[in-house]
Design a protein around this ligand. Structure first.
Ligand code: F0G
Length: 457
């Protein structure tokens, strides 16, 4: 007899309190923050779904590993434990620790980028794009067409458009230092990339003599989707699938704040000796010596343990199922969400829910603020606030207006999620009453972090 309920494959060992707040307190807090949820004090948030990055709960064994950390400046055994755990899944020759993912990106693109260069990706994450563009290079998104359609049920909406990549590599011959694939495709809704697509992309890159890099933050979730959805993969372990993904690439950048279950950390790994040496020298400039690279020895040990835990099938079954549980309940209640449900987050389609709010009045912001005021839930607008401002200062509607509800790993229970469902249903039921926002102050770049808003009407 197999029972239907998939339970959390852990019991709670240490708890952090949630401060209960009233709608009145939350209305005051969000008004004081200029209606920007990044400006809230986290004590004023009850269910924090702003990000799954660095917000997960570490295990008993990770906390024990912290005690084993060796803080030697050079040659720490904690580095060896970390490196071995990384290479067990990603057998690249050189493993270079960094304090988080964007530090690995900064180092790699400093070495490879520059004006006239182009980096294709299925979809660049915003820090990846920013680090590419900072060097003067161009960041190009070549995800398949289904990946841009919120309603398409394609099982691997993160796939690279291989024909478009082929044409691009022909057209830009000699000016593409590397191709990237983001696993899972965060900016495209947490959608996975198939092994078949990765094999084709890899073969194409080898044919063109261009190295392939993985932005592998959510590699284990992507591996689980492959095991579940891709023909012929059902009998493999996720660890084995991940090793094949790595074998198809020449290197990777990584935020260890996601699947490796860390609160901080990242790395750059690659096979090319000369490039690795150049990157290590850059690492010493901004991060630290190559055996710690911006992390403490104890962090390296916690990550090594996290890498073992994240490929556990009971964990992954629960993880992917619990995200789908939220998404499916919202769909059933008629709340428009991006489909299929991704690995780490549910994306609410604010433009579909709030057709009466013009995209330039930020329906995603209106929905995110309403969820906070109604239930103390903090999500993240991914739409015209984040992407609408153009380089020339003008403003344009983003392709979609979404609110991401990202699920921190192992942090919230099913009743927390049931509460989120109830609040979303309530807010969606009052959708017609929601009003748009105007921006009253904003910085030149990355305005979503610090802009201040005022409600319209
Ligand atoms: N690549 C992807 C696909 C990411 O999702 C992130 C971070 C990074 C790179 C950068 O890593 O934060 O360690 O420097 N994503 C977080 C998010 C912030 O909320 O999705 P980092």
């Amino acid at each position: 007899m197999e029972f239907r309920t998939i339970i959390e494959p852990f019991r709670i060992h240490s708890v952090a309190p949630l401060r209960m707040t009233t709608p009145q307190q939350r209305r005051e807090a969000v008004a004081a923050a200029g209606y920007n949820l990044f400006g809230l004090h986290s004590d004023d948030v009850m269910i924090d779904l702003l990000t799954d990055s660095g917000t997960g709960a570490m295990s008993r064994d990770q906390w024990a590993a912290i005690q084993h950390g060796d803080e030697s400046y050079a040659g720490s055994p904690s580095f060896e434990i970390f490196r071995d755990a990384v290479q067990n899944l990603f057998p690249f020759k050189h493993v270079i620790p960094t304090h988080q993912g964007r530090a690995a990106e900064k180092i790699l693109f400093t070495a490879l980028g520059g004006s006239g260069k182009s980096f294709p990706n299925n979809t660049h994450f915003d820090t990846t794009r920013a680090n590419v563009e900072y060097t003067g290079a161009e960041a190009v998104d070549l995800v398949i067409a289904e990946g841009r359609d919120p309603a398409s049920l394609h099982p691997f909406k993160g796939n690279m458009d291989v024909a478009a990549l082929d044409a691009f590599l022909h057209a830009r011959k000699g000016s593409v230092p590397a191709v990237f694939v983001t696993l899972t495709n965060n900016s495209g809704g947490g959608q996975p990339v198939s092994l078949a697509n990765l094999r084709q992309t890899s073969a194409l890159c080898r044919q063109h003599g261009v190295p392939l890099f993985l932005d592998a933050c959510r590699f284990a979730e992507n591996g689980w989707f492959i095991r579940e959805r891709e023909p012929g993969q059902q009998d493999r372990t996720v660890a084995d699938i991940v090793r094949e993904m790595a074998s198809l690439a020449d290197g990777m950048t990584m935020s260890a704040k996601k699947d490796p279950m860390g609160n901080i950390g990242g790395w750059l790994a690659l096979n090319d000796d000369a490039l690795a040496e150049q990157c290590r020298n850059l690492l010493i400039l901004t991060e630290g010596f190559p055996t710690y690279g911006g992390l403490a020895g104890r962090d390296l040990e916690a990550l090594a343990q996290g890498l073992k835990e994240v490929v556990d099938h009971d964990y992954l079954r629960y993880r992917i199922r619990s995200t789908a549980y939220l998404g499916e309940a919202l769909l059933k209640a008629g709340v428009p969400v991006m489909q299929p449900i991704g690995g780490h987050a549910v994306y609410l389609d604010a433009r579909a829910l709030l057709p009466h709010i013009d995209p330039l009045h930020y329906p995603g912001q209106a929905l995110a603020v309403a969820l906070y005021e109604a239930g103390g839930i903090r999500g993240c607008e991914i739409g015209t606030v984040m992407f609408g401002k153009q380089a020339d200062g003008s403003e344009r509607a983003a392709p979609m207006d979404l609110v991401r509800l990202a699920i921190p790993r192992r942090s919230y229970t099913q009743s927390h999620i049931d509460y989120v469902i109830e609040v979303c249903e309530h807010v969606a039921g009052n959708a017609k009453a929601l009003r748009g926002y105007g921006i009253v102050a904003q910085p030149k770049q990355l305005r979503h972090f610090t802009a201040r808003f005022a409600p319209l009407g």
